[in-house]
Ligand binder design. Structure first.
Ligand code: DX5
Ligand code: ZN
Length: 218
């Protein structure tokens, strides 16, 4: 089995002190830091780009798990690689050449991820399994933190798990992940868990530590 990973999404952190928040959440037990990049075009919200990622790189050595909710993504892949992302995930819906996007990420020396919106079937990645390191299943419609988990995505995870066989590919889930939803996701085959509002609630590092521990122990 792939190692279990908790990847807090800084979308729910305090953006006025984002560096400290990243440092705190890693010290609180996060394995990866999940960075939600939104362009106001592919998704109805805008966050940050490569310069912010680069600035955050000074605050921790933890892996940066970069979720690009942008279209097109290809023109920006090199900039996110240079900014210090370790995993770069593009949406299958964001462009016509998914296989090429994934190859480009690998050629930049980074791990290549593909994300699927709730409405997108897993069959779109069947012919990309040779160039993929991570599959990110959206269990909410992307754009905002704090939304309700969409139950139908558990079955999609189960199908993806069967599809990848013994290939070394991480299955990550994003959206509405809480101690209550994580159990069924593990059983379905997911090993990496993004959580925004469930981690960044309460007052700073001690609260983040308890929140991460609660997700891990379920
Ligand atoms: C949604 C983002 C998620 C989001 C998760 O568009 O991709 O990473 O921040 O937030 P929660 O855990 O609050 O659903
Ligand atoms: Zn995300």
């Amino acid at each position: 089995a792939r190692p279990l990973v908790i990847a807090p999404s800084i979308l729910s952190a305090d953006f006025s002190r984002i560096g400290e928040e990243v440092k705190d959440v890693v010290e609180a037990g996060a394995d990866w830091v999940h960075l939600d990049v939104m362009d106001g075009h592919f998704v109805p919200n805008i966050t940050f780009g490569p310069p912010v990622v680069k600035a955050l790189r000074r605050w921790t050595d933890a892996s940066f798990d970069c979720h690009l909710m942008i279209a097109p993504a290809d023109p920006y892949l090199a900039a996110f690689a240079d900014a210090g992302c370790d995993i770069i995930t593009v949406h299958a819906e964001a462009g016509p050449h998914l296989h090429r996007s994934l190859q480009t990420i690998r050629n930049l020396g980074k791990k290549a991820g593909v994300s699927l919106n709730p409405a997108t079937p897993e069959s779109v990645i069947e012919y990309c399994l040779d160039v993929v390191d991570l599959i990110l299943v959206m269990s909410v419609n992307p754009g905002f933190g704090g939304q309700k988990f969409i139950e139908s995505q558990v079955e999609k995870i189960r199908r993806i798990k069967a599809m990848i066989g013994d290939r070394p590919i991480d299955i990550e889930v994003d959206g509405g992940v809480t101690p209550d939803t994580v159990g069924s996701l593990v059983s379905a085959g997911a090993n990496a868990f993004v959580a925004g509002s469930a981690v960044f609630k309460g007052d700073g590092k001690p609260a983040y530590e308890a929140n991460i521990a609660a997700i891990r122990s379920s």
